[in-house]
Design a protein around this ligand. Structure first.
Ligand code: HEM
Length: 65
């Protein structure tokens, strides 16, 4: 997600601002605190994926040389 999407996340997930586009409104199901945990989880996964991809890139480059 882009940075502006992060700041909009509560509107999207709890406020239903994308309900017309098919993203359900989770207001009844998720508290703001739980949403913050979900956001932290997603950010952590993205960080790990990026680290993994960087390591792979370095391995591929040193194999090629
Ligand atoms: C806790 C669960 C979920 C979270 C935290 C979540 C979060 C988000 C966020 C942040 C976006 C905006 C992404 C972006 O534009 O960069 C998004 C988009 C979307 N989500 Fe979810 N989502 C969840 C579950 C679901 C489920 C269960 C569905 C379908 C049944 C769904 C359908 C969609 C769709 C169709 C979009 C695209 C809306 C558009 O075109 O603007 N999401 N979601």
């Amino acid at each position: 997600m882009t940075l502006d999407k992060h700041s909009e996340m509560a509107n999207i997930v709890i406020g239903g601002s994308r309900a017309q586009q098919g993203m359900p409104d989770f207001e009844e199901a998720i508290s703001e605190e739980q949403l913050e945990s979900i956001r932290a989880f997603v950010v952590e996964q993205a960080r790990r994926l990026q680290e993994f991809q960087q390591q792979n890139q370095e391995t591929l480059e040193s194999a090629a040389n």
